[in-house]
Design a protein. Sequence first.
Length: 134
Amino acid sequence: MKKTEETLSLNRVLAFPVLVGLAAALLFMLLGAFLVKIGRAGMDSIPALAVSALCLGTLLASFISARRAPRNRLFWGIGAGAAVLLCVALLSLSWFSEPVDLPQLAINAAAALFAALLGAFIGSRRRKKKKRKK
């Protein structure tokens, strides 16, 4: 059975970058929680640390995805960043039974999507190697 280019692209371009971005976002959130725990960051900085961690995770996922994509790099990068945002949103909504502040959720989503756009743009600007004549 021959693998089609679409399934190969989907597995290669989205699966690994989304997992890396999600792991990076969660690790950065853990680092922020550790900084709050030891007293290096105050309780009022928790929202900024959480948004920063989310943005770094989406930026990393979109950058890796744009680098690995054979074509339509900007599209794949934004898609990977949006997938990380969706995964983090679903995890936070399923674990915490607190009410959702929709304006804050919209601001966080906009910041994460901007980071995804930035990461996809940087990842898609790869220079092509020049072929040398023999």
